[in-house]
Ligand binder design. Structure first.
Ligand code: C2E
Ligand code: MG
Ligand code: MG
Length: 736
């Protein structure tokens, strides 16, 4: 009898472990040990030498097991568990066997020489050789027969595992040609398997994405990075372009030398389409189809940079229509909307190449004019715009003509930043109105009083901090399954001694610019946490508090410390604090943002993305950040029942957010129609005037005592849902 063949089985399921033990009974003395948990697995791996380790790919840390084990490991994975199969292969596992094959193994065990599985035939051969290789069992797996058989089985593993994966998978040679591909990849690329092989991967890559792809591939090959993931365009066999998320890592051979690349390719074209539409809506005004205020700010930023480097002037024309309210009141809103749409078209038709027009809201437009070298040229441009918008339009058999007033500011004469230029053009527009309708005026310094206003406000803010003039109002968030309040958002108000309650829109920007927001923000955080704890003590034990973080606060070095102190001083458990951050805040200094978010997550604090739909609105990008929730912006919710585009996109965004385990709150819900829509769309929770406006803490007390709830129309779940943001990310790390 040879030395016993030692098998370590890491399996949470006792039945699977027993089947494996049974499978491997084939005549030589066998010693089995089973572990159920990772800590025991680690001890067993470091304590003894095993001839073979069989490990459940789903229940254990694959990378750690591969790092610790000097013995060969066979991973067992569920047939539909693509995540585990891919994780194992990406971590460098040599052998992955589908769970359905375990029963095949029982047959093999009964009759080892008539089995259909080439891989297990090789396993048996190796085991037999080990058994006769007395006294040298530990090294038996290094004998050529084993290495050779393992190598031969690569093809088979590929088919067994990759054929079932719902993601395109391929091996790519180090020179960059397709070597092997699974059926899903062929479907994505539109090629048959044999057609694809030998084609250079670069040929299928969109030329614009090629430099970045090559840069990452080089970093991978020289060992600078262990893997990379990027979104890129691929050309299909029918010349169609698709968007794909590509994740590439290196496969190494027995001697740890790179042998080929392994790529996971996910078709994200549908996601990109939704995002593009979402972007369009986020950046354009639905009525006129012109860019909106946000786009104007982005575009103006670019144009100012160009103008500066080219040493050129730029003019900003601020247009406000005359007496448009009268048109709405007399002709009705539908006609008013039509007229506004046509007005947008007339403005767009006036633009010179390289110029830009946007609707800023209500009846205000802005035009950025790049030919601003002479006042004469700008004046002629303004007259042209005024003439164009006054083109008579037939409405209800009447020829209606509208007029407007334009205020003009010029870069760099009147200022060199966006807000100054817009403010000055706005002041000039009011002066044009003073002169009666249908006029334009250039800005002059006597129009400027707001610089002084600005200074006064800043002093006032400093005094407000010293005199404790800030207060918090709170607005409930309601769960759409239970109809119950699950969280309160803390909203800042300035209780001014003369002006009364002032909304944050009037002072937050200035507080941010001057840095005063940091001090104010700390106070908000502490006060809100204390209030939440006191509501919890009143019986709302699971109530969360949502606190807005300004970009400057979010990027401050000591944020984590400040949050920790607020939690400690209020004795509020971290999972009840939800921090609201805007997309633009986290997209600024991405690496730093991810680190901060990871710190906060580690503490147990929840993170939501505020005002989703007004920024980058890229869920596929946000998926890379450790966040829990998105809050769909109220400007988007506002049109949900009137605009089919918005409705379809809201549905898409909610579904996509759920698919990446994010929960969704809709902001600014003002009526039953919006509530019903969101309820049907499986939105998780809502916030808005329909349920409750923001109120001081004392006023909300009654709400809480009465246990006020909302009839959401959705089937009620009798027992209250756990208040853990609804959906969590899985514990295991994600593949892409
Ligand atoms: P936000 O975080 O998106 O807050 C929601 C805003 O929507 C609040 O405006 C709220 O009063 C308003 N709102 C809620 N329901 C409805 C509705 O049904 N219809 C409409 N039309 N509006 C609704 P508020 O309180 O004026 O705050 C405006 C913004 O100021 C906040 O937007 C947030 O970005 C900022 N803010 C408020 N408090 C703080 C704070 O403590 N720190 C920082 N950094 N920013 C704050
Ligand atoms: Mg907020
Ligand atoms: Mg918001």
């Amino acid at each position: 009898m040879g030395k016993p063949f030692n098998v370590l089985i890491a399996m949470t399921c006792a039945d699977d472990a027993a089947t494996i033990a049974q499978v491997l009974q084939f005549g030589c003395p066998l010693y089995f040990e089973r572990v159920e948990r990772m800590d025991a697995f680690e001890r067993a791996l470091s304590g003894s030498r095993w001839n073979l380790v069989v490990c459940d790919a789903a229940g254990f840390d694959i990378e750690r097991a591969l790092a610790l084990s000097p013995s060969p490991i066979v991973f067992i994975a569920g047939d539909d568990d693509a995540d585990s199969i891919l994780s194992a292969l990406k971590a460098g596992a040599r052998h992955v066997v589908l769970r359905s094959r375990i029963t095949d193994l029982a047959d093999i065990a009964r009759n080892p020489y008539s089995n259909e599985s080439a891989f297990f035939e090789k396993l048996h051969q190796a085991v037999e050789q080990t058994a006769v290789c007395d006294g040298n069992a530990e090294t038996a797996f290094a004998i050529p027969a084993w290495t050779e058989s393992a190598r031969q089985s690569v093809d088979e593993q590929f088919h067994v595992s990759f054929d079932f994966v719902p993601v395109g998978m391929a091996h790519i040679s180090l020179e960059g040609t397709w070597l092997r591909s699974n059926p899903k990849l062929c479907e994505i690329m539109g090629y048959g398997e044999s057609e694809l092989h030998g084609i250079a991967f670069h040929v299928c890559t969109h030329p614009d994405d090629l430099p970045r792809m090559l840069e990452l591939q080089t970093s991978l090959l020289v060992g600078k990075i262990p893997s990379f993931s990027m979104e890129q365009r691929l050309k299909r066999s029918d010349n169609q372009t698709i968007w794909a998320r590509l994740t590439v890592s290196i496969m190494r051979d027995d001697r740890n030398c790179p042998c080929h690349l392994i790529a996971a390719v996910e078709d994200i074209t549908h996601l990109k389409k939704i995002e593009e539409q979402f972007h369009f809506l986020a950046n354009h005004d639905t009525l006129t189809k012109l860019p909106n205020r946000k786009s104007l700010l982005d575009q103006l930023g670019h144009q100012l940079t160009h103008a500066e480097s080219a040493g050129r002037k730029l003019a900003i024309l601020f247009l406000d229509l005359d007496r448009f309210k009268l048109i709405n009141d007399s002709l009705g809103h539908a006609n008013g909307d039509r007229l506004m749409g046509l007005c947008g078209q007339h403005i767009a038709a006036c633009l010179d190449a390289g110029d830009f027009a946007a609707r800023l809201g209500s009846d205000e437009f802005a035009i950025v004019c790049s030919d601003a070298e002479s006042m004469g040229a700008i004046s002629a441009y303004s007259e042209r715009v005024l003439r164009a918008i006054s083109t008579p339009v037939q409405i209800e058999e009447m020829g209606i003509s509208i007029t407007g007033c334009i205020g003009i500011s010029v870069y760099p004469d009147d200022g060199d930043d966006i807000s100054t230029l817009l403010r000055k053009a706005d002041s000039a527009m009011y002066r044009a109105k003073d002169a009666g309708g249908n006029h334009f005026r250039f800005y002059t310094s006597d129009m400027d009083v707001s610089a002084i206003d600005h200074l006064l406000l800043e002093n006032d803010l400093r005094r407000a901090i010293l005199c404790d003039e800030f207060v918090l109002h709170y607005q409930p968030q309601v769960d759409l399954d239970t109809g119950k309040m699950i969280a309160m958002e803390a909203l800042l108000r300035w209780n001014h001694p003369i002006r009364g309650i002032i909304a944050p829109s009037e002072f937050i920007m200035l507080a941010e610019e001057t840095g005063l927001i940091v001090q104010i923000g700390e106070w908000v955080l502490k006060t809100a946490c204390m209030q939440a704890k006191s509501w919890q003590n009143m019986g709302m034990e699971q109530l969360r508090i949502a606190v807005n973080l300004s970009p400057r606060q979010f990027h401050k070095q000591d944020l984590v410390q400040v949050v920790m102190e607020a939690l400690e001083s209020s004795a509020l458990a971290p999972e009840f604090l939800e921090l609201e951050i805007t997309e633009s805040a986290i997209m600024h200094k991405v690496e730093e943002s991810i680190l901060t978010l990871q710190h906060l997550k580690k503490m147990g604090v929840k993170i939501s993305i505020d005002d989703f739909g007004t920024g980058y609105s890229s869920l596929s990008y946000l998926k890379e950040f450790p966040i829990d929730k998105i809050k769909i912006d109220q400007s988007f919710v506002e049109n949900i029942t009137s605009s089919p585009d918005n409705a379809a996109l809201a549905n898409g965004i909610i579904a996509l957010a759920h698919s990446i385990k994010l929960s969704v709150t809709a902001e600014g819900v003002e009526n039953r129609g919006q509530l019903n829509f969101l309820s049907l769309s499986q939105c998780d929770s809502i916030q808005g005037f329909y349920f409750c406006t923001p109120l001081p803490a004392e006023s909300l007390q009654k709400f809480i005592e009465q246990g006020k709830s909302l009839d959401t129309g959705r089937k009620r779940i009798e027992q209250e849902k756990p208040l853990d943001m609804g959906r969590r990310r899985p514990e295991t790390s994600k593949l892409h």
